[in-house]
Design a protein around this ligand. Sequence first.
Ligand SMILES: Nc1ncnc2c1ncn2[C@@H]1O[C@H](COP(=O)(O)OP(=O)(O)OP(=O)(O)O)[C@@H](O)[C@H]1O
Ligand SMILES: [Mg+2]
Length: 305
Amino acid sequence: MDAAIEARGLVRHFGAVAAVDGIDLTVPVGSVYGFLGPNGSGKTTTIRMLLGLLRPERGTVRLMGGSPRDAASLARVGALVERPALYPYLSARENLLLFATLAGMTGHEADRAIDEALGVVGLGAVARRKAGGFSTGMLQRLSMALVLLRDPSLVILDEPTNGLDPGGVVDVRALIAELARSGRTVFLSTHVLTEVEQLCDRVAVLQRGRLVADGLTRELLERGQRLAIGFDTHEEAARAAAVLAEAAIATEIAGDDKDALRVSLDGPSPSAINRLLAEHDLHPAELVVRRASLESVFLDLTEGV
Ligand SMILES: Nc1ncnc2c1ncn2[C@@H]1O[C@H](COP(=O)(O)OP(=O)(O)OP(=O)(O)O)[C@@H](O)[C@H]1O
Ligand SMILES: [Mg+2]
Protein backbone atom coordinates (compact mmCIF):
# COMPACT_ATOMS: atom_id res chain seq x y z
CA MET A 1 0.00 0.00 0.00
CA ASP A 2 1.56 3.34 -1.11
CA ALA A 3 -1.44 5.57 -0.58
CA ALA A 4 -3.10 6.11 2.78
CA ILE A 5 -6.03 7.74 1.00
CA GLU A 6 -7.03 7.26 -2.60
CA ALA A 7 -10.16 9.00 -3.85
CA ARG A 8 -11.35 9.02 -7.45
CA GLY A 9 -14.06 11.16 -8.98
CA LEU A 10 -15.86 12.13 -5.78
CA VAL A 11 -19.09 14.03 -6.34
CA ARG A 12 -21.64 15.25 -3.84
CA HIS A 13 -24.46 17.78 -4.23
CA PHE A 14 -26.64 19.44 -1.62
CA GLY A 15 -29.71 20.49 -3.54
CA ALA A 16 -28.43 22.47 -6.49
CA VAL A 17 -25.04 23.11 -4.84
CA ALA A 18 -22.18 20.96 -6.09
CA ALA A 19 -20.33 20.82 -2.76
CA VAL A 20 -17.78 18.39 -4.20
CA ASP A 21 -17.55 18.32 -7.96
CA GLY A 22 -15.23 15.54 -9.10
CA ILE A 23 -12.22 15.29 -6.80
CA ASP A 24 -9.24 12.94 -7.13
CA LEU A 25 -6.86 12.66 -4.18
CA THR A 26 -3.82 10.51 -3.55
CA VAL A 27 -2.28 10.88 -0.11
CA PRO A 28 1.02 8.99 0.10
CA VAL A 29 1.83 7.08 3.28
CA GLY A 30 3.98 9.21 5.58
CA SER A 31 3.04 12.56 4.06
CA VAL A 32 1.55 15.57 5.78
CA TYR A 33 -1.09 16.57 3.28
CA GLY A 34 -2.72 19.98 3.39
CA PHE A 35 -6.26 20.31 2.09
CA LEU A 36 -6.57 24.01 1.52
CA GLY A 37 -9.62 26.00 0.52
CA PRO A 38 -11.80 28.95 1.47
CA ASN A 39 -15.02 28.62 3.47
CA GLY A 40 -17.64 26.56 1.68
CA SER A 41 -15.19 25.09 -0.86
CA GLY A 42 -16.08 21.51 0.10
CA LYS A 43 -13.37 20.46 2.57
CA THR A 44 -15.62 19.03 5.26
CA THR A 45 -17.90 17.35 2.72
CA THR A 46 -14.86 15.65 1.15
CA ILE A 47 -13.50 14.54 4.52
CA ARG A 48 -16.88 13.11 5.51
CA MET A 49 -16.89 11.05 2.32
CA LEU A 50 -13.30 9.90 2.92
CA LEU A 51 -14.34 8.64 6.33
CA GLY A 52 -17.54 6.95 5.18
CA LEU A 53 -19.68 9.42 7.14
CA LEU A 54 -21.35 10.59 3.94
CA ARG A 55 -22.03 8.53 0.85
CA PRO A 56 -20.60 9.97 -2.37
CA GLU A 57 -23.04 10.25 -5.27
CA ARG A 58 -20.22 9.21 -7.53
CA GLY A 59 -16.65 8.10 -7.07
CA THR A 60 -14.65 5.75 -4.91
CA VAL A 61 -12.56 5.97 -1.74
CA ARG A 62 -9.80 3.69 -0.51
CA LEU A 63 -8.73 4.32 3.05
CA MET A 64 -5.63 2.51 4.34
CA GLY A 65 -6.03 0.05 1.51
CA GLY A 66 -9.64 -0.79 2.32
CA SER A 67 -13.14 0.59 2.12
CA PRO A 68 -14.19 3.37 4.53
CA ARG A 69 -17.11 1.15 5.42
CA ASP A 70 -14.74 -1.55 6.60
CA ALA A 71 -14.03 -1.63 10.36
CA ALA A 72 -10.49 -2.93 9.79
CA SER A 73 -9.50 0.12 7.72
CA LEU A 74 -11.25 2.54 10.08
CA ALA A 75 -9.43 1.04 13.07
CA ARG A 76 -6.18 2.45 11.67
CA VAL A 77 -7.62 5.94 11.23
CA GLY A 78 -8.01 8.67 13.83
CA ALA A 79 -10.23 11.55 12.78
CA LEU A 80 -11.37 14.85 14.15
CA VAL A 81 -14.21 16.22 12.03
CA GLU A 82 -16.96 17.56 14.17
CA ARG A 83 -16.17 18.43 17.76
CA PRO A 84 -16.50 15.20 19.72
CA ALA A 85 -19.00 15.09 22.58
CA LEU A 86 -16.94 15.39 25.75
CA TYR A 87 -18.52 15.00 29.16
CA PRO A 88 -17.96 18.16 31.25
CA TYR A 89 -18.39 16.40 34.61
CA LEU A 90 -15.86 13.72 33.78
CA SER A 91 -12.10 14.25 33.99
CA ALA A 92 -9.92 14.19 30.90
CA ARG A 93 -8.84 10.68 31.83
CA GLU A 94 -12.41 9.47 32.42
CA ASN A 95 -13.52 10.86 29.07
CA LEU A 96 -10.71 8.94 27.40
CA LEU A 97 -11.54 5.79 29.35
CA LEU A 98 -15.10 5.94 28.10
CA PHE A 99 -13.92 6.07 24.49
CA ALA A 100 -11.26 3.41 25.11
CA THR A 101 -13.95 1.12 26.48
CA LEU A 102 -16.15 1.79 23.46
CA ALA A 103 -13.18 0.90 21.28
CA GLY A 104 -12.95 -2.43 23.08
CA MET A 105 -9.86 -1.72 25.17
CA THR A 106 -9.73 -2.92 28.74
CA GLY A 107 -7.51 -2.84 31.84
CA HIS A 108 -3.80 -2.22 31.33
CA GLU A 109 -4.20 -1.86 27.58
CA ALA A 110 -6.63 1.01 28.06
CA ASP A 111 -4.52 2.63 30.80
CA ARG A 112 -1.42 2.48 28.66
CA ALA A 113 -3.15 3.92 25.59
CA ILE A 114 -4.68 6.73 27.67
CA ASP A 115 -1.39 7.67 29.36
CA GLU A 116 0.36 7.64 26.02
CA ALA A 117 -2.30 9.84 24.35
CA LEU A 118 -2.39 12.27 27.29
CA GLY A 119 1.39 12.51 27.17
CA VAL A 120 1.52 13.26 23.45
CA VAL A 121 -1.02 16.08 23.71
CA GLY A 122 0.59 17.45 26.88
CA LEU A 123 -2.37 16.94 29.21
CA GLY A 124 -0.69 14.49 31.58
CA ALA A 125 -0.59 17.00 34.43
CA VAL A 126 -4.31 17.85 34.25
CA ALA A 127 -5.58 14.36 33.49
CA ARG A 128 -7.76 14.29 36.62
CA ARG A 129 -9.35 17.70 36.13
CA LYS A 130 -12.91 17.92 34.84
CA ALA A 131 -13.15 18.62 31.11
CA GLY A 132 -15.85 21.24 31.81
CA GLY A 133 -13.18 23.53 33.26
CA PHE A 134 -10.86 23.24 30.25
CA SER A 135 -10.05 26.15 27.95
CA THR A 136 -10.79 25.85 24.21
CA GLY A 137 -7.16 24.92 23.59
CA MET A 138 -7.18 22.25 26.29
CA LEU A 139 -10.43 20.81 24.90
CA GLN A 140 -8.89 20.68 21.45
CA ARG A 141 -5.94 18.77 22.89
CA LEU A 142 -8.28 16.39 24.64
CA SER A 143 -10.09 15.85 21.33
CA MET A 144 -6.70 15.13 19.77
CA ALA A 145 -6.01 12.61 22.55
CA LEU A 146 -9.24 10.83 21.56
CA VAL A 147 -8.00 10.74 17.97
CA LEU A 148 -4.70 9.20 19.05
CA LEU A 149 -6.13 6.68 21.46
CA ARG A 150 -5.98 3.76 19.07
CA ASP A 151 -2.51 4.68 17.80
CA PRO A 152 -3.75 5.46 14.27
CA SER A 153 -1.46 5.24 11.24
CA LEU A 154 -3.54 7.89 9.48
CA VAL A 155 -4.80 11.02 11.18
CA ILE A 156 -7.49 13.13 9.47
CA LEU A 157 -8.11 16.56 10.97
CA ASP A 158 -10.72 19.07 9.79
CA GLU A 159 -9.44 22.56 10.64
CA PRO A 160 -7.76 21.48 13.87
CA THR A 161 -6.66 25.00 14.83
CA ASN A 162 -9.99 26.69 14.18
CA GLY A 163 -11.14 28.80 17.10
CA LEU A 164 -7.92 28.51 19.10
CA ASP A 165 -5.99 31.45 20.50
CA PRO A 166 -2.45 31.99 19.15
CA GLY A 167 -0.94 29.86 21.93
CA GLY A 168 -3.36 27.03 21.22
CA VAL A 169 -2.61 27.26 17.49
CA VAL A 170 1.13 26.94 18.13
CA ASP A 171 0.53 23.94 20.41
CA VAL A 172 -1.71 22.08 17.99
CA ARG A 173 0.71 22.75 15.11
CA ALA A 174 3.59 21.41 17.21
CA LEU A 175 1.50 18.35 17.95
CA ILE A 176 0.81 17.77 14.25
CA ALA A 177 4.54 18.10 13.49
CA GLU A 178 5.17 15.53 16.21
CA LEU A 179 2.63 13.13 14.65
CA ALA A 180 4.43 13.48 11.34
CA ARG A 181 7.83 12.82 12.95
CA SER A 182 6.47 9.64 14.48
CA GLY A 183 5.76 8.41 10.94
CA ARG A 184 2.02 8.88 10.82
CA THR A 185 0.25 10.12 7.73
CA VAL A 186 -1.60 13.34 8.40
CA PHE A 187 -4.41 14.76 6.25
CA LEU A 188 -5.32 18.21 7.40
CA SER A 189 -7.89 20.66 6.12
CA THR A 190 -7.37 24.34 6.69
CA HIS A 191 -8.04 27.75 5.24
CA VAL A 192 -4.85 29.06 6.86
CA LEU A 193 -2.08 29.24 4.30
CA THR A 194 0.78 29.60 6.76
CA GLU A 195 -0.33 26.36 8.35
CA VAL A 196 0.25 24.54 5.08
CA GLU A 197 3.59 26.27 4.57
CA GLN A 198 4.75 25.29 8.03
CA LEU A 199 3.44 21.75 8.23
CA CYS A 200 2.59 20.18 4.91
CA ASP A 201 4.89 18.60 2.37
CA ARG A 202 1.97 18.26 -0.02
CA VAL A 203 -1.08 20.36 -0.66
CA ALA A 204 -4.28 20.26 -2.66
CA VAL A 205 -6.09 23.52 -3.23
CA LEU A 206 -9.86 23.35 -3.37
CA GLN A 207 -12.13 25.96 -4.89
CA ARG A 208 -15.88 25.51 -5.24
CA GLY A 209 -15.72 21.75 -5.00
CA ARG A 210 -12.87 21.35 -7.47
CA LEU A 211 -9.12 20.99 -7.11
CA VAL A 212 -7.30 23.90 -8.70
CA ALA A 213 -3.84 22.60 -7.77
CA ASP A 214 -2.22 19.71 -6.07
CA GLY A 215 1.34 18.61 -5.55
CA LEU A 216 4.42 19.28 -3.46
CA THR A 217 4.08 22.45 -1.40
CA ARG A 218 7.67 23.35 -2.30
CA GLU A 219 6.92 23.13 -6.03
CA LEU A 220 3.77 25.16 -5.70
CA LEU A 221 5.76 27.86 -3.96
CA GLU A 222 8.51 27.73 -6.59
CA ARG A 223 5.89 28.26 -9.25
CA GLY A 224 5.21 31.68 -7.83
CA GLN A 225 8.83 32.83 -7.70
CA ARG A 226 9.65 36.23 -9.14
CA LEU A 227 12.93 37.74 -10.13
CA ALA A 228 13.35 41.42 -9.27
CA ILE A 229 15.89 43.23 -11.45
CA GLY A 230 16.92 46.71 -10.40
CA PHE A 231 18.66 49.21 -12.69
CA ASP A 232 20.28 52.59 -12.10
CA THR A 233 17.94 54.38 -14.48
CA HIS A 234 14.48 53.84 -15.90
CA GLU A 235 15.91 54.06 -19.44
CA GLU A 236 17.97 50.96 -18.73
CA ALA A 237 14.95 49.21 -17.27
CA ALA A 238 12.89 50.00 -20.35
CA ARG A 239 15.67 48.79 -22.66
CA ALA A 240 15.98 45.57 -20.62
CA ALA A 241 12.22 45.03 -20.87
CA ALA A 242 12.50 45.30 -24.66
CA VAL A 243 15.43 42.85 -24.79
CA LEU A 244 13.53 40.32 -22.67
CA ALA A 245 10.33 40.79 -24.65
CA GLU A 246 12.35 39.94 -27.78
CA ALA A 247 13.23 36.62 -26.09
CA ALA A 248 9.53 36.07 -25.26
CA ILE A 249 10.09 36.72 -21.56
CA ALA A 250 7.29 38.83 -20.13
CA THR A 251 8.21 41.49 -17.62
CA GLU A 252 6.48 44.00 -15.49
CA ILE A 253 7.90 47.45 -14.79
CA ALA A 254 8.23 48.11 -11.06
CA GLY A 255 9.80 50.54 -8.61
CA ASP A 256 8.88 54.12 -7.79
CA ASP A 257 11.27 55.42 -10.45
CA LYS A 258 10.25 52.70 -12.92
CA ASP A 259 13.82 51.50 -12.77
CA ALA A 260 13.09 47.87 -11.90
CA LEU A 261 11.59 44.87 -13.65
CA ARG A 262 9.73 41.87 -12.31
CA VAL A 263 9.99 38.58 -14.13
CA SER A 264 8.03 35.44 -13.39
CA LEU A 265 10.44 32.50 -13.01
CA ASP A 266 8.30 29.82 -14.63
CA GLY A 267 10.68 29.39 -17.54
CA PRO A 268 14.13 31.00 -17.70
CA SER A 269 16.65 30.83 -14.85
CA PRO A 270 18.01 34.02 -13.24
CA SER A 271 21.47 33.34 -14.63
CA ALA A 272 20.12 32.90 -18.18
CA ILE A 273 18.29 36.21 -17.86
CA ASN A 274 21.41 37.91 -16.52
CA ARG A 275 23.49 36.53 -19.39
CA LEU A 276 21.01 37.74 -21.96
CA LEU A 277 21.03 41.23 -20.45
CA ALA A 278 24.86 41.29 -20.32
CA GLU A 279 24.99 40.40 -24.04
CA HIS A 280 23.09 43.66 -24.61
CA ASP A 281 25.40 45.57 -22.31
CA LEU A 282 22.77 45.84 -19.62
CA HIS A 283 24.12 45.43 -16.11
CA PRO A 284 21.56 45.29 -13.33
CA ALA A 285 22.39 46.99 -10.06
CA GLU A 286 20.40 44.32 -8.28
CA LEU A 287 19.03 40.87 -9.06
CA VAL A 288 16.94 39.19 -6.37
CA VAL A 289 14.76 36.08 -6.40
CA ARG A 290 11.62 36.72 -4.38
CA ARG A 291 9.95 33.65 -3.07
CA ALA A 292 6.18 33.96 -3.35
CA SER A 293 4.07 33.35 -0.32
CA LEU A 294 1.63 30.51 -0.66
CA GLU A 295 -0.97 33.22 -0.26
CA SER A 296 -0.09 34.92 -3.52
CA VAL A 297 0.12 31.57 -5.32
CA PHE A 298 -3.26 30.68 -3.88
CA LEU A 299 -4.76 33.97 -5.02
CA ASP A 300 -3.29 33.48 -8.49
CA LEU A 301 -4.80 30.01 -8.66
CA THR A 302 -8.24 30.94 -7.44
CA GLU A 303 -8.51 34.22 -9.32
CA GLY A 304 -11.41 34.21 -11.70
CA VAL A 305 -12.32 30.61 -10.92
N1 LIG B 1 -25.57 19.22 5.21
C1 LIG B 1 -25.58 20.17 4.26
N2 LIG B 1 -26.74 20.63 3.76
C2 LIG B 1 -26.77 21.57 2.78
N3 LIG B 1 -25.67 22.13 2.25
C3 LIG B 1 -24.48 21.74 2.73
C4 LIG B 1 -24.36 20.75 3.76
N4 LIG B 1 -23.05 20.55 4.02
C5 LIG B 1 -22.38 21.39 3.22
N5 LIG B 1 -23.22 22.09 2.43
C6 LIG B 1 -22.82 23.08 1.39
O1 LIG B 1 -21.78 22.51 0.61
C7 LIG B 1 -20.76 23.45 0.34
C8 LIG B 1 -19.44 22.95 0.89
O2 LIG B 1 -19.50 22.94 2.30
P1 LIG B 1 -18.34 22.36 3.22
O3 LIG B 1 -18.82 22.38 4.62
O4 LIG B 1 -17.87 21.06 2.68
O5 LIG B 1 -17.20 23.45 3.00
P2 LIG B 1 -15.85 23.70 3.83
O6 LIG B 1 -14.77 23.86 2.81
O7 LIG B 1 -15.69 22.65 4.86
O8 LIG B 1 -16.14 25.13 4.50
P3 LIG B 1 -15.62 25.74 5.90
O9 LIG B 1 -14.25 26.26 5.65
O10 LIG B 1 -16.59 26.85 6.16
O11 LIG B 1 -15.68 24.66 6.93
C9 LIG B 1 -21.24 24.75 0.93
O12 LIG B 1 -21.88 25.49 -0.07
C10 LIG B 1 -22.22 24.33 2.00
O13 LIG B 1 -23.19 25.32 2.21
MG1 LIG C 1 -15.54 22.73 6.95
